[in-house]
Write a protein that binds this ligand. Structure first.
Ligand code: FAD
Ligand code: DLZ
Ligand code: SF4
Length: 511
């Protein structure tokens, strides 16, 4: 045999670089289910089902196409439980001349692959992951010499590079970014499309059964699993989003509504991140809808910005700052994660809704992640490492390259502003404006202090007070601090007292 080609659980694309130039006669594709990966964090049950079922479907597809696939299941005899052990066992079985892999999405796996070059007695070829629209070399070049790495400038360079939504060298419609039009609140009588969900087939049901037994104690509902696990179904999900949701995506991107878990969001991140969809085809589908006048410019630009801008930027940013990016703790946050992040047992309705959605679907949309759970973690100084582990566990789309910058940098400002120019902190007024959560809550968003006051209100001001030694000098915090200093000393004292009482109760496990 000539080459062993390892394909990981988030590399499920037939165009993956490790399979380029494969010789179907003499090469073997190795895919392994291993305890290390299923257990390095206690993944949501649905994330486990998604990855393992998609791996099994992908392997079956390769076999159908005539590839020789060596597939090791979690319960296969002799499974060593790690990529390292399984690669070594497969080398013994197949005696290859080379091992070909595509670079992984996480630093810890990259380190392991690098060690194979030293430790394995065969040639190890680690290829670039060219499923992204910006290579790591290009990103590093863009980043070099810049004082700050703001996404907006990266995004503009990617628009120029791809020519997407461009009128020669100018942005189509005259603006680079239609974000200001993306903040509408939902009209009361808004109708939502029935979202396309997928019934589990035999392969998925088998995996669900295994996960129910083996990972019983992991967080999350299992029975409501309805993610696509094949490329064909992921393409159906893309078509459904473009046809039924994209036109409204921009306007209501920041909105939240009780009982509506998905609104007009794409629900495509799990498929993009494990390789069932390609970011280029996803953007091109949106651009086609614009060209055919099925979606307005602001919606299409808003969507392309997320995929071509944010997703590519976050990936380049992760690799630029690893290893060690997670070690900073700029805001000196040390509080343990409250138990209600697992149970949703809290009287704050916005948090309850966001955590219940997460439990039901291994999904919450961006504003729930950033401005509800993330904002709460920021304002209450939750330990970044604990919060990051939570985000990595509970979402079907969570892989460290994308989870860590979003959590550590964007939501928690734990890097002190390397990613974001200021903390995404907000009081109850913002949540009330963007959602209907407050009408179902025992607290009052308009009340700043005293009994029944929304905790986000006094926690917000308390955060500014407690962190002023760290944040006052930030030019983008000027207005917030001017508003704070307009408050009398008595009012500031009352804010701190109520926030301290809340935090003390939180520390005692009261939700
Ligand atoms: P939509 O809102 O419809 O957006 C379309 C696509 O744009 C997404 O599918 C996604 O691929 C991309 N995208 C949008 N925003 C981002 C972003 N900030 N970073 C990277 N890609 C983006 N996304 C993940 O894929 N995995 C994660 O582990 C993850 N963790 C997050 C943690 C926190 C604290 C925050 C604030 C955000 C996180 N995000 C993560 C980004 C974003 O919330 C999700 O990509 C999005 O909610 C996925 O749902 P959707 O497909 O319906 O996205
Ligand atoms: C997330 C995940 C899980 C749960 N299980 C596996 C697995 O058993 N085998 C595998 O190849 N990949 C799995 N993955 C995805 C890996 O964690 C991912 O490939 C690495 O973190 C690198 O990004
Ligand atoms: Fe959340 Fe405050 Fe609104 Fe309750 S009142 S839902 S705690 S923002």
């Amino acid at each position: 045999m000539s080459a062993l080609r390892l394909v990981l659980g988030d590399q499920l694309s037939t165009s993956i670089s490790s399979l380029a130039d494969i010789d179907k006669q003499s090469d073997v594709v190795l895919m392994v289910e291993v305890d290390d990966e299923t257990s390095y964090v206690r993944h949501h049950k649905q994330k486990l089902v998604l990855v393992l079922s998609a791996m099994r479907h992908f392997a079956a597809r390769l076999v159908q196409q005539g590839y020789h696939v060596d597939y090791v299941r979690l319960d296969s005899d002799g499974n060593s439980g790690s990529f390292d052990g399984e690669v070594k066992r497969a080398i013994k079985r197949h005696q290859p001349i080379t091992l070909v892999v595509t670079e992984p999405g996480e630093w810890r796996v990259r380190e392991m692959m690098d060690s194979w070059r030293q430790n394995l007695s065969l040639m190890v070829e680690i290829r670039n992951d060219d499923r992204f629209l910006c290579s790591l070399e290009e990103f590093n070049e863009w980043a070099q010499g810049r004082k700050s790495l703001r996404m907006e400038f990266f995004y503009r360079s990617m628009r120029k590079k791809t020519g997407w939504l461009m009128d020669h060298d100018k942005p189509l419609g005259g603006e680079w970014n239609y974000d200001k039009q993306n903040r509408k609140s939902l009209p009361k009588d808004m109708r939502f499309a029935d979202r396309l969900r997928f019934d589990p087939d035999d392969i998925t049901r088998d995996v669900m059964h295994m996960v129910a037994q083996r990972f019983e104690a992991h967080f999350g509902d299992l029975e409501s699993f309805a993610w696509a696990t094949t490329r064909e179904d992921a393409l159906r999900a893309l078509k459904h989003f473009i046809t039924d949701c994209l036109a409204n995506f921009g306007d209501y991107q920041d909105a939240m509504k009780s009982g509506e878990d998905f609104l007009f969001h794409a629900l495509l991140s799990p498929y993009l991140n494990i390789g069932l969809l390609d970011p280029r085809e996803v953007c091109e589908a949106a651009l086609k809808a614009y060209a055919e006048e099925r979606a307005p410019l602001a919606a299409v630009e808003g969507f392309v910005r997320q995929v071509l801008g944010w997703r590519e930027y976050i990936r380049g940013f992760y690799w630029l700052h690893m290893p060690g990016y997670q070690n900073s703790n700029f805001l000196e946050a040390e509080r343990p994660l409250p138990a209600f992040f697992w149970t949703a047992d809290t009287s704050m309705n916005c948090l309850r809704q966001s955590i219940e959605t997460t439990r039901r679907h291994a999904y919450a949309h961006h504003i729930q992640r950033l401005m509800i759970t993330g904002n709460f973690a920021l304002l209450t100084s939750l330990d970044p490492a604990e919060v990051e582990a939570w985000y990595l566990m509970v979402y079907a789309d969570a892989f460290e390259w994308v989870e860590l910058p979003n959590t550590h940098g964007m939501a928690l400002f734990a890097d002190g502003g390397v990613l974001a120019s200021k903390p995404y902190s907000a009081s109850g007024a913002y949540i009330n404006r963007m959602s209907d959560y407050c009408s179902g809550c025992e607290y009052q968003p308009g009340k700043k202090l005293g009994e029944g006051a929304c905790p986000f209100n006094y926690l917000y001001w308390n955060f500014l007070i407690c962190k002023q030694h760290l944040l006052k000098g930030n030019p983008r915090m000027g207005l917030a601090y001017r508003n704070l200093y307009n408050k009398s000393a008595d009012e500031q004292q009352a804010i701190v007292a109520q926030a301290e009482a809340f935090l003390a109760a939180l520390d005692q496990g009261k939700a």
